[in-house]
Ligand binder design. Structure first.
Ligand code: PLP
Length: 381
């Protein structure tokens, strides 16, 4: 008997411990981590403040239920509201669940406030998670093929194509759900005019604007949330991944309009907003909100992209991204470079056949960036 996961092909590496952006395996080999547990470990490994916050809460109590006041949840919600202007945060467990809840809230809003409007426009090539509604929202056929019948009421428009969105709007549309950067889809960045246009359309047609910031949020792009680069204000923001400092935690961040829609029993989750995960979340948020934290993320990101662009290789087609969410599109298959990278001491990831995604801990140093770029350069010679 063994635990199994036939959905991934694991690497032949057993990790031992980590410090900052560095991981060590059981044989003592060192890796520069450019994956960060899939964009989760924002502050790297063994962050003292996160560890301390977790231990402190563990000694009080690990879990209660949603019927008891959770001080850590309240504190975190306040901090998130302060940077977004949101009215409230509903805490759940994963990115997919946060999107499920956002979909439920949008549908209830449509039912009560827009004559039963229920359709949600999402985008081709998007990714919103693996539960059924979140997966249906995901605009990629490859994730749908074994799961029919899917959840009804989703319409897919072309990303960065406002005319195509307009074409798909009718009276039954209650929400538009988008990622500011389609990360899993290959690191495709939304254009400013496109998101400004979406916001305008939503206002004109009385449609909710929902941004999925599960991967782009919490400082990854040099702002707390990536939508803040675009001078827009969404009605709902979903956040996850690094929110719990590596523990399962996600949040549905809502404005006034949605907050008043929610009533007793409209959603439930046994573990969501767990006090230990929220304790870690407070530590994460305190650090990423510090005065110079985002500035140094931006500086390092600019440096990383500049260094990557200096690599002259016919194998590279394009380098793109915002902040420390970087895509290297190759003229050839990317997956072999993940394996070669591991052998050479960097942890990489490919999101599409030809695209390498780089999402390191935000605390990676310039020296580590230099080392990683040197290895990438060698690989792509
Ligand atoms: N939304 C986006 C934009 C994501 O990138 C992901 C995961 O990669 C999810 C949702 C799903 O998150 P989770 O795996 O925590 O359910």
């Amino acid at each position: 008997m063994k635990s199994f996961d036939n959905t991934v092909k694991p690497y032949d590496v057993e990790l031992s411990y980590g410090r900052g952006a560095i991981l060590f395996d059981k044989k003592g080999k060192k890796y520069i981590d450019l994956l960060a547990g899939v964009a989760v470990n924002l502050l790297g490994y063994n962050n003292e403040k996160i560890n301390k916050a977790i231990l402190h809460q563990i000694k009080r109590y690990i879990h209660s239920s949603r019927w008891f006041y959770n001080e850590n949840q309240e504190k975190l919600a306040k901090k998130i509201s302060a940077v977004t202007g949101a009215k409230g945060v509903y805490f759940v467990n994963s990115g997919a669940e946060a999107n499920e809840v956002a979909i439920k809230f949008a549908r209830k809003w449509g039912l009560l406030k827009k004559n039963g409007a229920y359709k949600i426009i999402t985008f081709k090539n998007s990714f919103h998670g693996r539960t059924i509604a979140a997966l249906t929202a995901t605009g990629q056929e490859k994730f749908h093929k074994y799961l029919h019948p899917l959840s009804p009421g989703f319409v897919y428009a072309e990303f960065n194509n406002l005319l195509d969105v307009e074409k798909n709007i009718d009276d039954e549309v209650c929400a538009i759900l988008f990622e500011p950067i389609q990360a899993e889809g290959g690191v495709w960045v939304a254009e400013k005019d496109f998101l400004k246009g979406l916001e305008k359309l939503c206002k004109e047609k009385n449609i909710l604007l929902i941004t999925d910031e599960v991967q782009t949020g919490l400082g990854r792009t040099g702002k707390i949330f990536a939508y803040q680069h675009y001078d827009i204000v969404p009605d709902i923001i979903t956040a996850g991944k690094g929110l719990g400092g590596g523990l399962p935690l996600s949040g549905v961040i809502v404005n006034d309009k949605i907050f008043s829609i929610l009533e007793n029993g409209d959603h439930g989750t046994t573990m969501g907003g767990n006090p230990v995960a929220c304790a870690a979340g407070n530590a994460v948020f305190d650090i990423i909100s510090k005065k110079n934290f985002l500035k140094q993320v931006k500086e390092k990101a600019d440096y990383f992209i500049k260094k990557l662009k200096e690599i002259k290789s016919s194998k590279i087609k394009e380098i793109r991204g915002i902040g420390l969410l970087i895509g290297i599109e190759l003229n050839e298959n990317a997956s072999k470079y993940v394996e070669i990278g591991l052998q050479n001491g960097i942890i990489l990831n490919s999101v599409k056949p030809t695209i390498i995604r780089i999402v390191p801990p935000l605390v990676i140093s310039k020296k580590e960036i230099d080392k990683a770029v040197k290895i990438i350069k060698e690989m792509l010679k």
